[in-house]
Ligand binder design. Structure first.
Ligand SMILES: *Cc1c(COP(=O)(O)O)cnc(C)c1O
Length: 360
């Protein structure tokens, strides 16, 4: 059986090494040495000034909204994982969808201005499938209207934009280190910001608001992550270059093999370094997509409809927001298996099954 993804696991001895350290220190969580080391290493890796390791990518989004004190309406993309929208609602704000650019699958910057009202406070956009948003255009609209910008960068570990990590963009970027992501810490996430005041706020907020053992700086939650999770991250970081290279290699096999097929792909920003986080293909219509899923299930291959349905269809958002491009793309896009352990032979087998089904 081949699933859309399979978590990367380091050699067990390497994790055991960290476990022995945890056992000897008996320091399991609360900003322990491994959490510190992971934060420092990631900060250097991305070359960013402030990075906070938290429990997961959803908590990172919620903390970002909270730290920026957002209220009212937040403009967001309908083509993303559900957590992008649910975090907005969870924080008591209203998601206002702006349709995607059908070429990149990211929020269309040309449509943002028309959606701004006096209640709008921010833009929350996803670098979907690791392809950077139109960050320059989004930044310009935000400055013009005094809006904050959060990037859901859950897919963008390793994505470069103009020669450096795309995580430098926006007021805050958030990452997810869930097991299904390119780099993972089992569960985990992070917030990245350039703003020292925001950083100070986030540091307190993720730890109940504690400011010294008996004083509090505002309201907080428990967003801390553990030494065990940080240890997995430290192990996996050593393999990130290999993971990226492997994904690129498998992506090229897909490209090569699927060349005879009539499928679309997201247009990748030319000045960006792509991270090969996913392998999305866009079929001509939903009927073809369903036929392909059936054919792949027949050979025990389980692709996923990332992301379906389009998020304006959620029951808890303001009804009547019709996102034509997003619902259209969501109905036709399929992510094919892509993970470190997947072999070139398996990719070829998947492609043959698709090409066979395409002939009927
Ligand atoms: C995975 C993901 C999240 C949520 O991350 P968790 O760590 O699972 O909470 C948020 N946004 C996007 C786009 C994701 O893919």
């Amino acid at each position: 059986m081949i699933n859309v993804t399979k978590p990367f696991l380091p050699p067990q001895e390497e994790y055991d090494h960290y476990l022995r350290g945890i056992w000897s220190r008996k320091w399991l969580t609360n900003n322990g040495p491994l959490v510190n080391e992971l934060e420092l290493t990631l900060k250097n890796y991305f070359d960013v000034p402030h990075l906070f390791y938290v429990t997961n990518g959803t908590t990172a989004l919620q903390l970002a909204i909270k730290a920026l004190d957002l209220q009212g309406e937040i403009i967001t993309t309908p083509f993303s994982f559900v957590a992008t929208t649910s975090s907005i609602v969870w924080e008591g704000c209203t998601p206002v969808f702006v349709d995607i650019d059908p070429a990149t699958y990211n929020i269309d910057p040309a449509l943002i201005e028309a959606a701004i009202t006096p209640q709008t406070t921010a833009i929350l956009a996803t670098h979907v499938f690791g392809n950077p948003c139109a960050v320059r255009e989004i930044g310009a609209v935000a400055i013009k209207h005094g809006l904050r910008v959060i990037y859901d960068a859950a897919h963008a570990f390793g994505t470069q934009y103009q020669g450096r990590s795309v995580l430098h963009q926006g007021d805050i970027s958030t990452l997810s280190f869930h097991s299904t992501k390119l780099f993972h810490t089992i569960e985990g996430g992070a917030l990245i910001t350039h703003d020292a005041n925001l950083a100070n706020k986030i540091a307190h907020m993720r730890n109940f608001g504690f400011h010294g053992p008996e004083t509090f700086q505002g309201v907080g939650i428990n967003g801390k992550n553990s030494e065990f999770h940080a240890a997995m991250g430290l192990c996996n970081l050593k393999y990130v270059q290999q993971i990226l290279a492997r994904r690129q290699e498998l992506t090229e096999v897909y490209h090569q093999m699927l060349r005879p097929l009539q499928v679309g792909k997201p247009f990748l920003r030319p000045n960006a370094g792509f991270n090969y986080a996913y392998y999305p293909v866009l079929f001509n219509n939903e009927a073809v997509l369903l036929k392909m899923i059936d054919a792949l299930h027949g050979v025990y291959v389980y692709p996923r409809r990332y992301f379906y349905p389009s998020l304006e269809k959620l029951s808890y958002v303001r009804p009547g927001q019709h996102m034509c491009a997003s619902s259209n793309i969501a109905s036709r896009v399929l992510c094919l298996p892509l993970y470190h352990e997947l072999s070139v032979e398996e990719v070829k087998m998947i492609c043959r099954a698709i090409l066979r089904a395409d002939r009927y």
